[in-house]
Ligand binder design. Structure first.
Ligand code: ADE
Length: 274
């Protein structure tokens, strides 16, 4: 995965991405990161990249020219690397975009190159957005001062889905949001901490039982914390409820059988005594 970020604050991107797991992905080469300073492309002799909006209004706008030239330079680099013409996706981070979610991270992780465009001030001249942007993405219904933090959020979530970034190859699939369910609770040593013990099933060594318990906890937690996700999961997993109802019915019948057997034994015993 090759990330390219068009920004006025490249150090914010490189600093933010260079620690922990994303930092390691750069070191092991599963991800590359190219933070491009839009200001380097302005033709203004004072290095200005913004101006007043036509029609008036608050604040300044980023101008089209430096953004477009920075974009062209990035695409030229990509084409040179690939030895052919390409049209990489360009993601503009904006509160007006589609709200980002896990399925989008998974889908974007299949691209070879992604270009992120980070706005500042009151935004970017609409004409260059029309010219280059393929995806408008928001990270939530609130307004930040710029697109850098949202770009980092997306790059973090996307890179986790790139092969070779997480140590354990399936851990990106098995956790919260990968199938609408939130992750089950997890415990590590010691067995007893602060008067609280680890759920006994996790110490049982019975893998099937552990899996069943984890699924139950995931479902319980999702229903409680995110009823919207629970509804989606439930509508796609009707067979789970059918299996569960059958299991409970079997259990109930078993208990009834045991009870009847015990009653019969007791009756025989009292009759024998009489
Ligand atoms: N830029 C400013 N606020 C943003 C948000 N919520 N999401 C994406 N980009 C933004």
């Amino acid at each position: 995965m090759h990330f390219h970020v068009l920004t006025l604050f490249p150090e914010m991107i490189t600093d933010g991405f260079s620690t922990s797991i994303t930092g390691r992905s750069l070191e092991n080469g599963s991800v590359t990161l190219n933070a491009v300073n839009i200001r380097d492309y302005t033709i203004n002799k004072h290095k200005k990249v913004d101006d007043y909006p036509y029609g008036g209004g608050a604040g300044m706008l980023m101008q089209a020219q430096p953004v477009y030239d920075a974009y062209k330079a990035v695409v030229q680099n990509i084409n040179q690397r690939k030895g052919q013409k390409s049209t990489p996706r360009v993601i503009y981070l904006t509160p007006q975009g589609t709200v980002f979610k896990q399925s989008m991270a998974k889908e974007l992780a299949r691209e070879e190159d992604l270009i992120f465009l980070c706005g500042h001030y009151e935004g970017i001249d609409e004409r260059v957005l029309e010219e280059i942007v393929t995806d408008y993405i928001s990270i939530g219904d609130y307004v930040l001062t710029g697109g850098e933090l949202p770009a980092l959020v997306l790059m973090d979530a996307i890179s986790r889905m790139v092969p070779g970034v997480l140590g354990n190859s399936d851990s990106g699939e098995s956790e919260s949001h990968s199938n609408y369910l939130l992750e089950y609770p997890q415990y590590s040593r010691p067995e007893m901490w602060n008067g609280k013990s680890v759920p006994p099933v996790l110490l049982s060594g019975d893998h099937a039982k552990v899996e069943e318990w984890r699924l139950e906890k995931s479902i319980e937690r999702t229903a409680k914390m995110r009823p919207d996700l629970y509804e989606k999961w439930a509508s796609e997993n009707e067979e789970y409820f059918i299996r569960k109802a059958k299991r409970e019915e079997r259990k109930r019948k078993n208990e009834l059988r045991k009870l009847k057997k015990a009653q019969k034994a007791q009756k025989a015993e009292t009759e024998g005594k009489a």
